[in-house]
Each structure stands twice: as structure tokens, then as C-alpha cells.
Design a protein around this ligand. Structure first.
Ligand code: HEC
Length: 183
């Protein structure tokens, strides 16, 4: 029996010592975890600010997610087609009240459309201004208008605009010219 008691003490001690250091390790890991989470959070907070240097539209642009944009059938009045889709947040559109966004080009395709498709840097497939408008809305990355940011115009409008809505947008925009609207 005497030979057992020291062993028991040993076992007890050796069990006790690691349990303390395990606690310390867990605490250290938790602390390291928090530091890493904080570092990640800082990186995430810094990331979008660099991706979108365009400050003015930022708050409004946050509402431009596919879940928040309703389906547009094309039966709506033309100003409502633009407004529902959120185009005025980024574009100035002649004749559309409140459409004075500055993030993208002023939508006067009657003036600018032919310049775009005849530009040597143009990589799209449109040969008419009408097709260029449709292409710009469905596939904005196809050709980034020089001087404007890429990956900024939503690329999911094909999910939200019916063919009729696209028709009406194209018909309207191809008729807008720089001269028509002095403002
Ligand atoms: C979040 C901002 C944003 C929204 C919303 C937006 N656009 Fe744009 N759009 C841009 C930017 C930036 C460009 C220029 C860069 C490029 O070519 O992708 C552009 C380019 C265009 C062009 C080409 C213009 C040109 O002068 O060649 C057309 C046409 C256009 N947008 C139409 C629309 C329509 C129609 C809507 C709504 C259905 C819309 N955009 C919504 C940012 C936006």
C-alpha cells in the first residue's frame, strides 16, 4: 500500500500540472483568435473603401443589390423603368427627374454611342447604338468607358429587366443627345 500512495500523488500532480497549462493554452489560442479576427475585420473594412473610390454614391449604391431591385416588366412608364432599376444613382439621364448621378457617364448615347463603337479600344459586338446600349446594360464589363471605373455598374441587370424593359431603355437612350439638354 505504501508503494501506491506516492504513485497516486504523482498521478494527481501530473494530471494537475497539464490541466493548468491546457487552460493557459486555450486562453492564448482564444487571445490569438481575437487578434486574428480583429486583423481580418480591419482588412475587410479597408477593402471596400479601396474598391470603390467613388464616395458620393456609396450610401445609395449600398441599396443596389439584386435582392433589393424589383423585376421590371417594361409596362412601367419610362422614368419608372430607370428609377426602379437604380440607374439614376450613377447616371445623369436627360428628361428623367432626379437622374443626376455622376458615377458613370451621362447617358446621351445619341451623341456618345457611335464614338464608343468606333473607338479602337472597343471590344464589344455591337454595331448599332441600340445594340451597344443593350450590351452595356447586360454586360457592363465588356467595354469599360475610358475614364470611368470598371466593376462598378451592376452586372446582374439581365435578371431584373425584361426584354421589353431593355427595348424601352435602348429606344430612350439612343435618342438622347448632349445638345438637347443644356442643363
Ligand atoms: C452603381 C453605378 C451604376 C448603376 C446603378 C448603373 N450604371 Fe451604367 N455605368 C456605370 C459606370 C461606372 C459606367 C462606365 C463604366 C462601364 O463602361 O462599365 C456605366 C456605363 C453605362 C453605359 C455605357 C455608357 C456610355 O456612355 O458608353 C450605359 C448605356 C449604361 N451604363 C446604362 C445603365 C442603365 C440603363 C442602368 C440601369 C438599368 C445603369 N447603367 C446602372 C455605373 C452604373
Amino acid at each position: 500500500m505504501d508503494s501506491y500512495s506516492p504513485k497516486r500523488t504523482d498521478t494527481h500532480q501530473s494530471a494537475h500540472v497539464p490541466s493548468t497549462s491546457l487552460k493557459e493554452r486555450v486562453l492564448t489560442l482564444v487571445a490569438v483568435g481575437f487578434v486574428l479576427l480583429y486583423a481580418l475585420w480591419t482588412l475587410r473594412a479597408a477593402g471596400p473603401a479601396q474598391d470603390h473610390p467613388v464616395e458620393p454614391g456609396t450610401a445609395l449604391m449600398a441599396t443596389l443589390s439584386p435582392e433589393k431591385i424589383p423585376l421590371t416588366t417594361g409596362e412601367e412608364p419610362i422614368d419608372e423603368i430607370f428609377t426602379r432599376a437604380g440607374c439614376p444613382v450613377c447616371h445623369t439621364i436627360p428628361g428623367i427627374a432626379g437622374a443626376n448621378g455622376q458615377v458613370g457617364p451621362k447617358l446621351v448615347l445619341g451623341t456618345t454611342g457611335t464614338q464608343r463603337i468606333s473607338n479602337s479600344a472597343y471590344r464589344g459586338q455591337a454595331t448599332t447604338v441600340r445594340d451597344y446600349v443593350v450590351e452595356s446594360v447586360l454586360d457592363p464589363e465588356r467595354y469599360i468607358v475610358p475614364g470611368y471605373p470598371g466593376r462598378t455598374m451592376p452586372a446582374w441587370y439581365g435578371l431584373k429587366l425584361s426584354a421589353l424593359a431593355l427595348e424601352k431603355i435602348a429606344t430612350y437612350l439612343e435618342q438622347q443627345t448632349e445638345g438637347e439638354q443644356p442643363a
